[in-house]
Design a protein around this ligand. Sequence first.
Ligand code: URA
Length: 205
Amino acid sequence: MIATDKKSAMASLNEEIAECAGCELSATRTRTVPGEGRFDAEIAFIGEAPGYYEDQQGRPFVGPAGQFLDQLLGSIGLRRPDVFIGNVIKCRPPQNQDPLPHQIRACENWLQRQLEIIEPKLVVTLGRYSMAKFFPGQSISRIHGQVRRVGELLVVPMYHPAAALHQGSLRRTIEDDFKKLPPVLKSALEEKKEPALETQQMKLF
Ligand code: URA
């Protein structure tokens, strides 16, 4: 898909998301939070679900976890407009509860379609719900920071930035995992396969 088509495909997808009544979260949300950034980004960061501030503003990662995400991006020379940032769930679960399986299923199609439009080279999952989309049944403590191939995509699972805010020892881990991204992206862009890459052929979602 060429860039202008991607732009309009993303704009109409966002309109569809804004109308979504696929689960009960549509009744309690202030706004949908479809995600933002480049519609043709090489790298997409996928978090869990909007929190209070995101629900108010309709933008992903604008609260404390988002400030840390901005720092992490900055540490590898990236800014928000360079990447796509989205979530598994597009509406805030009340009291920031963990997303429920039926809510994740109701939102599944949105993330799938976003990734089909963006066609990123690299997806970074933030937190276990996002990781589970690509690596069901895996443990984040075991696979964080590792690059894996899922179909055409390279996927790097990471801890959620909010986890670092609540658990200081994870801060260093996430910072170190982020530092691995530039060479992975470079090699993805050169379409070289990482020699140490663990290959997993999986259907997305
Ligand atoms: N946490 C997430 O997973 N996503 C957001 O957008 C904000 C906080």
